[in-house]
Ligand binder design. Structure first.
Ligand code: ACO
Ligand code: ZN
Length: 160
């Protein structure tokens, strides 16, 4: 496989946000209204990451911070929530999603003091489930009919 140099960094402009939304449109069935993207861009920019190959945005990881009942820790905890991550098909299996996840988890812990990180993933999405398991996430529970088409989700989480 040809080597691709890439850089991971926080999203820098609303122009970049538009590129991210284009990637989401072609890679995932879950789409969001613009205000939802913009909320993450405005409030949690340092954990809204993009991956660049040269000048081109080829992947993103949009996260947020919440307080809630711990999935792996006890009581009410500070949680990083991975809302949406994707890499363009031509750039997959080169470690880009791993870099997007490790960088986001690092900032969740260092900048926000988050105790744990969680996400939802389709039970059929084996590449993503393997990625998360490789990063130390565990399946915590099944969320029945979580998606609009009726598919179940795994809620996956790990300590930070
Ligand atoms: N088959 C099996 N395992 C895979 C695959 C695959 N096709 N792709 C990745 N993995 C696993 C492997 O364990 C891999 O480690 P390895 O390379 O040592 O075998 C590990 O994931 C890390 O792979 P990366 O190269 O870092 O992942 P990549 O950059 O290819 O991105 C992603 C993975 C984001 C799941 C990509 O396939 C994608 O964009 N899919 C479509 C969108 C999507 O499903 N996003 C996640 C939805 S859930 C959510 O957003 C919270
Ligand atoms: Zn979610």
């Amino acid at each position: 496989m040809e080597k691709v140099e890439y850089v991971v960094r926080p999203i820098a402009s609303e122009d970049e946000l538009k590129k991210v939304i284009e990637i989401n449109a072609v890679t995932l069935p879950e789409h969001y209204p613009y205000f939802f993207w913009l909320e993450h861009y405005e409030l949690w920019r340092d954990i809204f990451l993009v991956a660049l190959a040269g000048e081109r945005i080829v992947g993103y990881n949009m996260c947020r911070i919440e307080y809630g009942v711990g999935h792996v820790k006890r009581g009410i905890v500070k949680q990083g929530h991975v809302v949406s991550i994707a890499v363009l098909p031509e750039f997959r299996q080169r470690g880009i999603a791993t870099a997007l996840m490790t960088s986001a988890m690092n900032s969740m812990k260092k900048k926000y003091g988050a105790d744990e990180v969680y996400l939802e993933v389709r039970v059929s999405n084996e590449p993503a489930i393997r990625l998360y398991e490789k990063l130390g996430f565990k399946k915590v529970r099944v969320l029945k009919r979580y998606y609009l088409d009726g598919e179940d989700a795994y809620l996956m989480a790990r300590e930070l």
